[in-house]
Design a protein around this ligand. Sequence first.
Ligand SMILES: Nc1nc2c(c(=O)[nH]1)N[C@H]1C(S)=C(S)[C@@H](COP(=O)(O)O)O[C@H]1N2
Ligand SMILES: [Mo]
Length: 318
Amino acid sequence: MLIKRRQGWEAPGRDVTPEAAFFGRRAVMKGAGAIGGALGLGLSLSPALADEAPPPGIPAAAMRFKPGRALTAERVAETYNNFYEFSTDKDMWRLAQKFPQRPWSISFDGMVEKPFTIGIDDLLKQMQVEERVYRHRCVEAWGMTVPWSGFPLAKLVALAKPTSGAKFIAFTSDENPKVMPGLDGFMPWPYVEGLTLAEANNELAFIGTGLYGKPMPPQNGGPIRLITPWKYGFKSGKSIVKVSFLEKQPKTFWAELGPDEYGFWANVNPGVPHPRWSQAQERLIGTDQVVDTQIYNGYGEWVASLYAGMPQTRKLFM
Ligand SMILES: Nc1nc2c(c(=O)[nH]1)N[C@H]1C(S)=C(S)[C@@H](COP(=O)(O)O)O[C@H]1N2
Ligand SMILES: [Mo]
């Protein structure tokens, strides 16, 4: 039985509704129940770390992007997920246990010297895997801090050899109707997300192939996903099967579904509210803590220069 508990951030008139609001009242009610359910797991964490000493089992190098927060409990990060191909419920992890992770291959197309397809294990052999602790900020006003493993997206770009006309990169997620009951008729599947090539080559942009020192769980986007910690979580497409290099900005899943609420850029900004809720604060999942959200999710030091020449409008932050 899921119980909806009133949280500190649920001030009257500040109606934080999951993205599922698009799919009608029933989906919204289910989403709200799932939030209560995850909080009901009874896990708690110590307050945010004062320094950047690595938590047990985490290499010091993984802390170089200064997470500044305690790690989210592993079980929480792996049982409270958004993966709409399966379900709009946060506890879709059960369904994902049947999602085959091998064989898996990723194709590269569009503006590249030569299109090709590579198996995940061949790809992993070519990459030096490292660990990084990043904050993750969902547009639904929750956050987590987790140790990902993987490699810089720039390395994947280099492998693909884009031609000089390529300005954007698009990531397509797998569509597997055998195991994904959420692939219904009216959402614009497959899930596609994109970045500019300059963003993709930024050192923060990361390809995740593991979490908490294990292979990436299917519910978190195994075997391979994108991680762009300065942007809202919906930018980080899961379970990627295709990487395309383009001259023009790609049409993305969320921008197609709700163009007034979700855009291409989606850079985190506490000062730009979502049309239906504030982005000023975030709830740290698995805890009772609510913390202030930071511009670029606190990663401005690494990414603000990407946007310096652009008009600083709402569009950049939705
Ligand atoms: N293919 C696909 N990728 C996706 C999503 C999705 O529904 N489908 N949800 C996104 C959203 S909204 C978030 S917050 C993150 C959640 O990642 P996590 O479950 O590992 O926390 O995945 C993103 N990537
Ligand atoms: Mo999200």
